[in-house]
Design a protein around this ligand. Structure first.
Ligand code: SF4
Length: 333
């Protein structure tokens, strides 16, 4: 099978001790069985620590966090398992993070997730149309789906990605065109009509009640203690309703890249449940919230940089994308 990822994934390297929000802090980390068996055989000081710092409940082994930290994250925020055993002996979750994958027949698609600040910096900083990095891979299983629907959705996804890459269409018009296009795709899928609907880029722009959306986000479980006070602060911004989230030249490319990221990552999931609308809701709400957060930060800090925007996108992604219940709460809003 082919593993297909956006070409920019080639540039991803974990920045380890330079990372401001290390993924080895604050996350439960399960260890796959093969790695747990390997760790069980490690001898010496590291072997002793591995035995002391891994718990097994039923079939599931995981690291026993020290406070919020992975017990193998040392004082310099480097991983003692990598230092002593090499990267190839990380468990599957640590090897993959922040990469994500989706399986189809003969094709595994993937990318790097916005929840990592370095991945977010790479995603936001792209200036070229999406291109791909293909590699051969041993076959892996996937869930069943309808091949005709798959081919149809691939065509529709390509059109949506090109829409957001086309700078002659304003971001606001891209969003209203996307919502209309998705409605039409959904209506056609519901009656097994696999003709591609027209894309209308001249529709009126959508009205958004950003305060209501942010209040909804406040009602969700938070991953980071700084998230809710930050969102409360944004809601309290007296200029919030008058911000123009899609009109700033310096963030336009970042937002287009984020839209393409959400479409690439989520749209094809509809082949398994035939539900286009929820994938588009997640995309539209996510770009809208992130766009408002950028503009709020501009009014609060007086400046926006690629790094600060990447951090904002990372914070949003960590709170919403990496909590299944929160993803559902946004896509069914
Ligand atoms: S969040 Fe990204 S950059 Fe930071 S430690 Fe994890 S993988 Fe590395």
């Amino acid at each position: 099978m082919i593993l297909r990822m956006p070409e920019y994934c080639k540039n991803f390297r974990c920045i380890a001790d330079k990372c401001k929000d290390n993924c080895c802090i604050g996350w439960e980390i399960d260890i796959d069985r093969e790695t747990a068996e390997y760790y069980n055989k490690v001898v010496g000081d590291l072997g002793k620590r591995l035995k002391e710092c891994i718990k097994t409940e039923g079939d599931v082994s995981s690291f026993i966090l020290k406070g919020e930290r992975c017990p193998f994250l040392n004082k310099s925020n480097l991983c003692d398992i990598i230092i002593n055993e090499g990267e190839e002996h990380l468990c599957q979750i640590c090897t993959d993070h922040p990469r994500y994958y989706e399986w189809f027949n003969g094709l595994k698609e993937g990318g790097i997730g916005l929840c990592c600040e370095e991945a977010a910096r790479i995603v936001l900083s792209q200036t070229s149309p999406l291109s791909f990095w293909d590699r051969e891979l041993a076959d892996e299983d996937c869930d069943e789906y309808d091949a005709q629907l798959y081919a149809y959705l691939v065509k529709c996804r390509e059109i949506i990605i090109h829409l957001f890459e086309d700078k002659s269409v304003s971001l606001e018009n891209c969003i209203s065109a996307l919502v209309d296009f998705a409605d039409n795709i959904q209506n056609r899928i519901d009656i097994c009509d696999y003709t591609v609907p027209p894309l209308n880029t001249q529709l009126p722009t959508l009205k958004t009640d950003i305060t209501e959306i942010l209040r909804h986000l406040l009602s969700l479980e938070a991953m980071d203690e700084k998230w809710k006070p930050y969102i409360e602060n944004v809601i309290g911004n007296p200029e919030l309703d008058s911000l123009k989230p899609f009109s700033s030249a310096d963030t336009e490319q970042y937002l287009r890249n984020i839209a393409v990221y959400f479409i690439w990552r989520y749209f094809m999931k509809a082949v398994f449940d035939e539900d286009i609308i929820s994938k588009i809701n997640l995309t539209v709400i996510s770009i809208t919230v992130i766009a408002y957060l950028f503009e709020h930060n501009r009014t609060a800090d007086g400046i926006l940089t690629l790094e600060s925007c990447a951090e904002t996108a990372k914070a949003y992604s960590k709170e919403i994308e990496y909590n299944e219940e929160n993803v559902d709460a946004v896509r069914y809003l």
